[in-house]
Design a protein around this ligand. Structure first.
Ligand code: B4P
Length: 197
């Protein structure tokens, strides 16, 4: 059987910092045979390897700010192109702004495909802060180490990212899922949504 791009399943995993997007994407990519692209992970890989992109991204991430759109969109597009034969993608941490959402729509259209769903993990702020501070004890991530940086990441989320709920709701593609519970329970909740697509 010839695989055509129309049969791709493309998901956006959404939610505030520390909601568990990366944690859940790691399970879902295996279960549904999708390529997982985490913009945060790609930036951290570049920081570790001291690339020009990494140095630029670090200057924003260390303050809990979003990396500029153009840089992020170019990087994401390159990651998608690297995986031209994928069954579909899980986008984790992208889009985070209106400009990124428009760019993603165009990119998917250029592949005769689309985003099928945005699934949001809903977690209250006090739990997010607790999780990120806990991870900061061992992760070595400078953006998890300090409560004021974490607060800034959450502020960036509400001012620039949360609005994307409307973008996907208007297309009837938004699904909210309770992000509090065990990792397994949350995977089951997400799977229930994905299985209806
Ligand atoms: P990300 O790497 O996307 O980081 P995140 O928001 O912290 O991650 P996530 O929600 O995936 O949380 P996780 O599963 O790890 O972004 C980092 C930075 O990169 C941004 O601040 C920004 O500067 C930059 N960036 C990334 N994408 C960008 C974009 N598109 N545009 C511009 N800038 C961008 O979970 C967090 C913790 O919770 C973990 O310790 C985990 O073990 C724990 N946890 C998970 N599920 C749990 C559960 N059910 N119960 C208890 N704990 C749980």
């Amino acid at each position: 059987q010839i695989k055509t791009t129309q049969h791709m399943t493309n998901l956006v995993l959404f939610g505030p910092p520390g909601a568990g997007k990366g944690t859940q994407a790691n399970f879902l990519k295996e279960k549904y045979d999708l390529v997982h692209i985490s913009t945060g992970d790609v930036f951290r890989y570049n920081i570790k390897n001291e690339t020009a992109l990494g140095m630029l991204a670090k200057s924003y991430m260390d303050k809990g700010e979003l990396v500029p759109d153009k840089v992020t969109i170019d990087m994401l597009s390159a990651e998608v192109e690297k995986n031209a034969d994928a069954n579909g993608f899980i986008f984790d941490g992208f889009p985070r702004t209106n400009a990124q959402a428009s760019a993603l729509q165009e990119l998917m259209q250029s592949k005769d495909s689309e985003i099928n769903a945005m699934i949001a993990l809903e977690v209250e702020d006090s739990i997010l802060i607790e999780r990120l501070l806990e991870r900061g004890k061992t992760s070595g991530r400078s953006d998890d180490a300090d409560e004021s940086i974490i607060a800034n990441r959450i502020k960036e989320y509400y001012s620039k990212t949360a609005i994307l709920k409307d973008y996907y709701s208007d297309q009837n593609k938004y699904f909210g899922v309770d992000g509090v519970g065990s990792v397994e329970e949350i995977t089951a909740r997400l799977s229930k949504v994905i299985d209806t697509l």
